[in-house]
Design a protein around this ligand. Structure first.
Ligand code: FCB
Length: 437
């Protein structure tokens, strides 16, 4: 493995609803994921995040696992319905107390707390009022950011406003396989604009309360055009605009790209200035490239997504393509030039069907190979001049993987859900050794 610059940030990521459990404790209100997971047929194994990894009660044990890993940063998310149980009004002190304990535990272990404000768990009452389709949700988000930073702004080392607004818009409002389960296709665009507006307003709220840097974590997927007709090219461009540019161009001062579904009537005067508030770091979540070609006639979509041949696949059936990470980092650098802030890879990881052997050990050589390939690809992009300053593995723990429930294991640490026993996998030792070097 090549050397990394001093001060490079190595970390792991998690999110609140996927690990915390304790969904009715200390005044927490319901989120859209509580509602969605409890609806029949939404989650493949019929499970919910009611208990998840019980991290709410086991955070000290999990902080010890982080300390053993030797990471310099831990990216977690804050559950909005713990801070504001109905999404409006004063802070729920007991909810913030939990994050206060977590943050202090991390700092005592020498680990930088990196907090994401929104990883998809919107308070249910806000969804009842229209969720992210409703412009007011952006203002509510800034208010929540203010309350949270008032309590934690002196200790969180990097703030991330939103996690993957593209995935939340597409799966949550576009096709409905995620909460809140709306299937509006391209009429979901207001959920894009209002998330971005909320981001911009939250950046301003955070700046007023903290001197720590501020970021957003976007999902990116380099597009592999399949076929070479003009129609295939147009399809690849449309998909790229939607997935890779819609949530980045306006943040970096370029305004919206020409993306399918974009509805100018949703955008008010002055909004683009709010969105373009400078950020200090761009968070990049990368899992795989996407194959795209022209759609069949009569398709409601301007593109068709096609499986990419020739790659090994994870248990999620996602192609293992480290070269895609290098390509994507180069592309961001090329596209935005000097407007690109330093990048941190805020999620990178893979699911495999890991299980303990007869001795209780969990050996996951595929995950080691996956991470090794992606870290090397990132390092190559850095050598070519892309400003990358951190890398976070998704995830510390096996956890509740949204619509896939407990069926997909992404952790460096295996979790036996009935007993909540944590067992570091061989990838945990591999990552620890990498960080140490
Ligand atoms: C990302 C999400 C994260 C997890 C990984 C596998 O899209 O941000 O919560 O589900 O995928």
């Amino acid at each position: 493995m090549p050397d990394f610059p001093a001060g490079f940030r190595w970390g792991v990521s998690t999110s609140a609803y996927q690990i915390e459990g304790a969904t009715t404790v200390d005044g927490r209100g319901p989120s859209i994921w509580d509602t969605f997971a409890h609806e029949a047929g939404r989650i493949v194994d019929g499970s919910t995040g009611d208990q998840a990894c019980d991290h709410y009660h086991r955070h000290a044990e999990d902080t010890a696992l982080l300390a053993g890993l030797g990471v310099s940063a831990y990216r977690f998310s804050i559950a909005w319905p713990r801070v504001q149980p109905t999404g409006t009004g004063p802070a729920n002190t007991a909810g913030l107390d939990f994050y206060d304990r977590l943050v202090d535990g991390l700092l005592a272990a020498g680990i930088d707390p990196v907090a994401t404000l929104f990883h998809w768990d919107l308070p249910q009452p806000l969804e009842d009022a229209g969720g992210w389709l409703h412009r007011d949700t952006a203002a509510r988000f800034a208010e929540y950011a203010d309350l949270t930073a008032t309590r934690l702004g002196d200790r969180v080392k990097l703030w991330i406003t939103l996690n993957e607004p593209f995935i939340h818009m597409t799966l949550g409002y576009g096709i409905g396989t995620h909460a809140p389960g709306r299937a509006l296709l391209f009429d979901a665009f207001p959920a894009a604009h209002h998330q971005l507006l909320g981001h911009g307003l939250a950046v301003a709220a955070l700046r007023a309360r903290t001197a720590s840097p501020v970021a957003i974590a976007n999902n990116y997927s380099p597009v592999r055009q399949v076929g070479d007709t003009d129609a295939d090219r147009a399809a690849a461009q449309a998909y790229d605009a939607l997935h890779n540019r819609l949530f980045t161009d306006p943040l970096l001062g370029r305004g919206y790209p020409d993306a399918p579904g974009l509805d100018p009537a949703v955008i008010r005067d002055g909004d683009l200035d709010v969105l373009a508030a400078p950020i200090d770091v761009l968070g990049v979540n990368y899992y795989n490239p996407t194959g795209v070609r022209a759609p069949e006639e009569g398709s409601p979509l301007p593109f068709e997504m096609v499986p990419l041949d020739g790659y090994p696949r994870t248990a999620f059936d996602w192609p293992v393509a480290p070269d895609g990470l290098r390509e994507l980092l180069r592309q961001l650098h090329h596209r935005y030039g000097d407007a690109l802030p330093p990048v941190q890879v805020t999620e990178s990881g893979c699911a495999y069907d890991d299980a303990p052997d007869a001795q209780g050990r969990v050996d996951d050589p595929e995950r080691i190979a996956y991470l090794d390939g992606h870290v090397r690809a990132m390092r190559e992009a850095m050598a070519e001049g892309v400003p990358v300053t951190g890398y976070f593995v998704w995830s510390l723990l096996d956890n509740w993987e949204w619509a896939e429930g407990f069926t997909k294991r992404f952790g460096l640490v295996h979790v036996d859900y009935p007993t909540q026993r944590r067992t570091p996998k061989s990838s945990y030792a591999w990552f620890r050794d990498l960080v140490r070097r």
